[in-house]
Design a protein around this ligand. Structure first.
Ligand SMILES: Cc1ncc(COP(=O)(O)O)c(C=O)c1O
Length: 441
């Protein structure tokens, strides 16, 4: 049998095993499909034949409906940085509940959380809260178009800025209809050419400092700093979407690279594990949202200052996520990624883990990956096989191969991930793409 066919057979068997071991999850998905299309209300969670239904989480562990236990390496796609049951966050939520929900008013909590966020991201001279990263980006882009009086927005192929701001494969039919200019990631020349052509109409450059959903592909410092200069040169705003990357250091990736954006968007873990988003930046841009102004821009949202997100976010940032704890988490991720890549190199298989700090994605290629185009030729069946093999060994991750470590996930759990991967690579050796003679650094 050819490797091509053998891979299909192995994948088929791994999926059949998954189905056989997860009857309850399958039934629950079928029941859910009576009210939710495909049983799903959040696209990223679905994968064929059906996703697992989780019933409980504790620390960095998950239990599914069929009674299996997993190490949760996915960490709610970065929002679950504190794990499932952080004591400090829970106590803050309980205290907030005692004080009452839905107060229909300003509370003191939003300013307290704002100060914590500003301590980390001083480029956010003023900020406003939303319920999600999607909304934060929608508002930041809207602010940029109003501030500049221009309509075009540069974004990057493979980027994800939210459910209606998705640029995988160039764009999505449900995207908001801004005048997008889509450029390849990490290609400063291309971006510069777009600015030469459209600079006078460009409101903003919106960029993730690392493509997160797009495969944990870091932007090079030269690319990201170059975008800063390009935006300044044509008086457009640079919007850094740090919804995922803000966790890469106390001050996010902008601090690591010493880049001051005009606007930053963030969310995920900053709400302590509850729904949250924030956009903020230059005072002269954000000031337009000051409701005391006669020309104030509206920014509404019933739950923008909801008591629970405010309480959880403040407790998590002020009392749990110290700079030391965050550095240790990112060092753990770096170590895991290095060990995975060393294992792939040693075994001679063309797999790699990309990313930065506590974020990584597995890819079925050993070529350098700088943008979405570099992933075009890799065999997605290999990634699927790794996914089902890891899940069968109790390692929970995203089907696209993403992991986002949480604070309770320690070296011991990282060792389990590595052990499972070693077992899989040795078992599947003959089916995996082989490394080329020139090795990755
Ligand atoms: C970089 C980036 N921006 C924006 C978003 C959207 O955030 P949310 O899911 O909270 O709307 C995400 C979500 O994964 C993201 O990764």
């Amino acid at each position: 049998m050819s490797v091509h066919n053998a891979l299909d057979v192995a994948l088929h068997a791994a999926v059949a095993d998954y189905v056989a071991h997860n009857p309850r999850s399958q039934t629950l998905c079928e029941v859910a499909a009576h009210v939710l299309p495909g049983g799903n209300t959040r696209s990223v969670l679905y994968h064929p034949p059906f996703p697992l239904t989780m019933v409980r989480g504790e620390g960095c562990w998950l239990w599914d409906a069929d009674g299996h236990v997993y190490i949760d390496t996915l960490g709610e796609f970065t929002a679950g940085l504190f794990g499932h049951s952080d004591k400090t966050v829970r106590a803050a939520l309980q205290e907030a509940l005692v004080g009452g929900l839905n107060l229909s008013s300003h509370t003191a909590r939003e300013a307290r959380l704002g100060h914590e966020i500003q301590r980390r991201f001083p480029s956010m001279a003023l900020m406003r809260f939303t319920n999600s990263g999607t909304e934060a980006n929608l508002m930041a882009v809207a602010a940029a178009t109003v501030h500049t009086g221009r309509r075009k927005v540069m974004v990057f192929d493979g980027a994800y800025h939210g459910g209606v701001l998705s640029f995988a494969g160039g764009g999505s039919p449900v995207n908001v209809p801004h005048d997008w200019l889509v450029a390849p990631y990490n290609d400063l020349e291309y971006a510069a050419a777009l600015v030469r052509r459209h600079g006078a109409d460009l409101a903003a450059i919106l960029v993730e400092p690392m493509l997160g959903s797009g495969g944990c592909i870091p932007g090079t410092p030269a690319f990201l700093r170059g975008l800063r200069d390009l935006a300044s040169d044509c008086n457009a705003l640079l919007i850094l979407d740090e919804v995922m990357t803000s966790r890469l250091s106390f001050g996010g990736r902008q601090a690591l690279l010493d880049i001051t954006p005009d606007l930053t968007t963030a969310g995920k873990y900053l709400g302590g594990g509850l729904s949250f988003g924030v956009f903020g930046g230059r005072a002269d841009v954000m000031d337009r949202f000051d409701p005391r102004r006669s020309d104030a821009l509206a920014h509404a949202g019933t739950f923008n200052n909801n008591v629970l997100s405010m309480a959880a976010g403040h407790a998590a940032l002020s009392r749990v996520l110290t700079a030391e704890a965050l550095d240790a988490l990112n060092a753990r991720g770096d170590h895991l990624r290095e060990r995975l890549n060393a294992l792939f190199a040693y075994e001679g298989v063309a797999l790699q883990a990309t990313g930065l700090g506590s974020l990584l994605t597995l890819h079925a290629t050993d070529r350098p990956i700088r943008n979405a185009g570099d992933l075009a030729g890799s065999d997605l069946r290999v990634k699927d096989l790794l996914f089902f093999d890891l899940m069968a060994r109790g390692i929970f991750l995203a089907r696209r191969g993403m992991m986002a470590l949480s604070l309770p996930l320690g070296e011991a759990e990282c060792d389990c991930v590595l052990g499972a991967m070693l077992e899989i690579v040795e078992l599947r050796q003959a089916l995996l793409p082989q490394r080329h003679a020139v090795q990755l650094m």
